[in-house]
Design a protein around this ligand. Structure first.
Ligand SMILES: Nc1ncnc2c1ncn2[C@@H]1O[C@H](COP(=O)(O)OP(=O)(O)O)[C@@H](O)[C@H]1O
Ligand SMILES: [Mg+2]
Length: 276
């Protein structure tokens, strides 16, 4: 085992909807740390379905383009409330109960992640450039908060809420936050926990599951339309993570017990391993 191996785990919001799913995830994270006391774990979480549900309660319609949420000022309130008032605290409670010394905070804390409003972008499946509104691209990452928390033996749980240089809060896609962190921190493994146990050539056909995927195959999967929705963003970010020299990226399903610990231990399991 590499000393001080840094591990980044990203969990999608769907993973964190139900208390028993949060408990299973927290037990898995605790097992990852228990397997090697020198591991440095960082968790990034999204809140997609929670934002959609809260938006509905507030009378707001959710709109996505190429897997990213369009965010106006009213929706940004829902993003902040769902991430920091609902998903962050409930994940925190599950992790503390599982024995992790976890700390939940938005990625804006300590200047860790600085955003910049995303300019209108040409994206797959859209003819015109898309203006996402109050959505961030990552402008800068300052890792001192992570170093300080790790040095104190704490496990950071980061929600993908950032601010810009003018103090404007911005919604950042959690997969994009992951990529930004991997630019500044040498993570040995990056584990993306999501609603499906990896990538499929055809999501409707379980026999098309891909246990292994190379970064060079990703453009073709997206262009062919085989990959849709949030998986487009995820795989684009995975390409960038690998291009920047991160070790291995794993895509695992949240319904699989100890999926993260098993992937990191090299035990058999249904998941996708993506390599450069
Ligand atoms: N070919 C595919 N293989 C795997 N997942 C896919 C594919 N096409 C679309 N998806 C969808 O992408 C989703 C993952 O993206 P997203 O909904 O943003 O989850 P997360 O919240 O984990 O980021 C999967 O749950 C699945 O429904
Ligand atoms: Mg997503």
């Amino acid at each position: 085992m590499v000393k001080m191996a840094k591990i980044l785990v990203k969990v999608g919001g769907e993973t964190l909807l139900a208390a028993d799913d949060r408990a299973r995830l927290a037990a898995d994270l605790a097992a990852v740390v228990a397997a090697d006391a020198d591991r440095r774990l960082c968790v990034v979480h999204g809140a997609g379905p929670q934002i959609t549900q809260l938006g509905e309660r507030l009378g707001l319609q959710s709109t996505f383009r190429a897997g990213r949420r369009v965010t106006d000022a009213a929706m940004l309130d829902a993003v902040a409330m769902a991430m920091c008032g609902q998903v962050g605290p409930t994940l925190l409670a599950a992790c503390v109960a599982a024995g992790l010394r976890a700390v939940s905070t938005p990625a804006a804390s300590g200047g860790l992640a600085l955003g910049r409003k995303r300019p209108p972008k040409v994206v797959p499946g859209e003819a015109e450039p898309v203006d996402y509104g109050l959505v961030a691209d990552l402008a800068a990452v300052d890792t001192r908060l992570l170093d300080a928390l790790w040095a104190a033996g704490l496990v950071p749980l980061l929600s993908s809420l950032v601010s810009d240089a003018h103090g404007q809060l911005l919604n950042l896609n959690a997969d994009s936050l992951v990529t930004g962190l991997t630019r500044q921190v040498a993570f040995a493994d990056v584990v993306l926990v999501t609603g499906v146990p990896g990538v499929f050539r055809d999501l409707a056909d379980p026999t098309t599951h891909l246990p292994e995927l190379r970064a060079a195959e990703i453009d073709g999967l997206i262009a062919s339309g085989a990959v849709q929705g949030g998986m487009i963003v995820k795989l684009q970010e995975v390409q960038e993570i690998l291009a920047r020299g991160a070790g291995t990226v794993w895509i695992v399903g949240y319904r699989t017990p100890h999926a993260i610990a098993d992937a990191l231990a090299g035990l058999p399991g249904v998941r996708t391993r993506v390599r450069a």
